[in-house]
Design a protein around this ligand. Structure first.
Ligand code: DQA
Length: 164
């Protein structure tokens, strides 16, 4: 029997970039930890990358401070995307609802953190999302998003050519 999920992945060069609570404050939020790059900068760079892929990749960006709203967005958008790049913010460390949602939608997930969560407070060392993610990038600042996007396009969109 054919696998509709796998077929969708190949048919639809579309990505979902999700940012969780407080990431709307990037730029001014604890810059000594998170830097000065804003979320708008990150989303602009992500879009710039996606449009120069060939064929271009559609990018859906979202951010919410509300756990429920994030679940609603992921449930709504996941059927039409081939992969999800997510910085879940603090939800990383405790949201079983977010983890269950990501597992339920059955799309490849790459988890990104600007800071190195493993080198910070012990409560940040655990990610409840990591077991349902393909992998995690932490501590590389905004470059982590860029690497995650390149990885998911290269891996899950075999018909898309990456920019140099
Ligand atoms: C973060 C790390 C989390 O521990 C924190 O709650 C955040 C941001 C990061 O990008 O480094 O909100 O996900």
């Amino acid at each position: 029997m054919s696998d509709p999920v796998a077929e969708d992945r190949h048919a639809s060069p579309r990505l979902l970039l999700v940012n969780g609570p407080n990431l709307n404050l990037l730029g001014t939020r604890q810059p000594e930890i998170y830097g000065r790059t804003t979320l708008a900068d990150i989303e602009r760079d992500a879009l710039a990358f996606c449009v120069v892929c060939s064929p271009p990749v559609d990018l859906v960006c979202c951010q919410s401070n509300s756990e429920g709203e994030l679940l609603d967005i992921i449930q709504r958008e996941a059927p039409s995307v081939g992969a999800i790049v997510i910085n879940p913010g603090a939800l990383t460390h405790y949201s079983i609802a977010l983890r269950d949602c990501l597992a339920a939608v059955d799309r490849p997930v790459v988890e990104v953190h600007l800071s190195n969560i493993h080198a910070r407070e012990s409560f940040r060392h655990t990610s409840v999302v990591a077991p349902v993610a393909v992998g995690q990038i932490a501590g590389l600042g905004p470059a982590g998003y860029a690497y995650a996007l390149r990885f998911v396009v290269a891996t899950y969109f075999p018909d898309v050519t990456l920019p140099a």
